[in-house]
Design a protein around this ligand. Structure first.
Ligand code: GGG
Length: 366
């Protein structure tokens, strides 16, 4: 469905909206409401045309696939993609993830996934240091290869029960490592603390991750103005908890960054807070913006999901579209909302999705 058009609008963005499964539609509505409120008050400066796609696990039930064959081509016609969540009990998780989110990320070469870890006022963090230190870091996730390259197979089931084998290979290319590491250094240059920490497990994974380490050392030499260090992923998990004030940009492979960013958002207070952007930095294809959290079947349909991750993902999308001030205003409105004590249930409050969303919209005016 495409919303009505006003020919007087100066900048009109075509957004493909994929609410997906579970709480996806609820939180996507929240992000849309916030961006539409800003568009409405922009006096015709900008507007969003939302085209909704009903792809996901229900679609799978009807069509035997998560999205149609020409889905990627249809997405290419848009300026950006706004995504909710994927995963429901009627479809095996590996089928739904590969059929939708990973298909889009890999098919559109959205090779850089950024996941800011933001500590919000009024939100209690399990970290003691959060009360005294300024915490704010960015996880940069390699989003096209690594452990999620999808290489492998299963065989020998003919041997009978207990005899099958499975092979799952990671892929590390020099091109893939270099582009994400360089991207991380460029991100670091824009931050108050220009520092990149590379995370691998290269003592145990002696091929792909040693290649990553070598590329990291080579690229770091091109950025003498940016502090850099390397850390094994197990040690990094401990550093997230014990020394988070040392972090600025953390760059890691697909799986390691997926796990670390969940840890980061839990340390900030909840997985419901975390925003993300799946970027094609060359802008050859549309980028995709989504909350980090999944479909949360336990609370789906009850109207109580935390919309903040989705709203802040909408802010990242606005920035990507060149609306930098919109992104800044959305983040400020979220901060004002949590600071005033309007908190969803996962943050210990009682506000439902709509109440939080309305509070964010009201705070845009300040
Ligand atoms: N909104 C994100 C989402 O639905 N995530 C589900 C998930 O399992 N993602 C795995 C991944 O990020 O690769």
């Amino acid at each position: 469905m495409t919303t009505g058009r006003d020919p007087a609008v100066t900048r009109r963005f075509q957004i493909a909206c994929i609410p997906g499964d579970g709480v996806g539609p609820e939180v996507v509505n929240a992000g849309r409401a916030v961006l539409d409120a800003l568009a409405a008050e922009s006096g015709g400066e900008f507007a969003f045309d939302w085209t909704s796609f009903d792809w996901g696990s229900e679609y799978y039930q009807r069509h035997g696939q998560m999205m149609p064959d020409d889905g990627l081509e249809r997405l290419r016609e848009h300026d950006a993609i706004y995504f909710g969540a994927v995963g429901w009990e009627n479809v095996p998780d590996h089928v739904s993830l590969w059929g939708l989110r990973l298909r889009i990320c890999q098919g559109l070469d959205q090779w850089a996934n950024i996941r800011p870890v933001r500590f919000l006022p009024g939100v209690t963090s399990p970290l003691r240091v959060a009360d005294t230190a300024e915490l704010d870091w960015l996880v940069v996730r390699e989003n096209s290869e690594g452990e999620y390259a999808g290489l492998g197979g299963r065989n020998l089931s003919g041997r009978g029960p207990g005899g099958e084998v499975a092979l799952q290979s990671s892929l590390f290319t020099e091109v893939g490592c270099e582009r994400i590491i360089r991207f991380a250094f460029e991100q670091a240059r824009m931050r108050s603390r220009p520092k990149v920490t590379s995370v691998t497990k290269s003592n145990a994974q002696q091929y792909g991750m040693v290649l990553w380490d070598e590329v990291f050392a080579r690229v770091a030499a091109d950025y003498p103005d940016v502090e850099s260090d390397s850390c094994l992923v197990d040690a990094m998990a401990a550093r997230f908890v014990l020394a988070p004030e040392e972090l600025s940009v953390v760059v890691a492979s697909n799986l390691n960054a997926d796990i670390l960013s969940d840890l980061g958002s839990a340390l900030a207070g909840s997985l419901g807070l975390a925003a993300s952007a799946n970027l094609n930095p060359e802008r050859r294809t549309p980028s995709m913006f989504e909350p980090v959290h999944g479909s949360a079947p336990d609370i789906a349909g009850r109207g109580i999901a935390n919309p903040i991750g989705a709203i802040e993902s909408a802010a990242l999308m606005a920035e990507h579209l060149g609306l930098g001030d919109v992104g800044r205003r959305v983040r400020a409105a979220v901060e004002a909302t949590t600071a005033s004590g309007v908190l969803p249930r996962d943050l210990g409050g009682g506000a439902d999705t709509q109440v939080v969303t309305k509070a964010v919209v009201a705070n845009l005016a300040d």
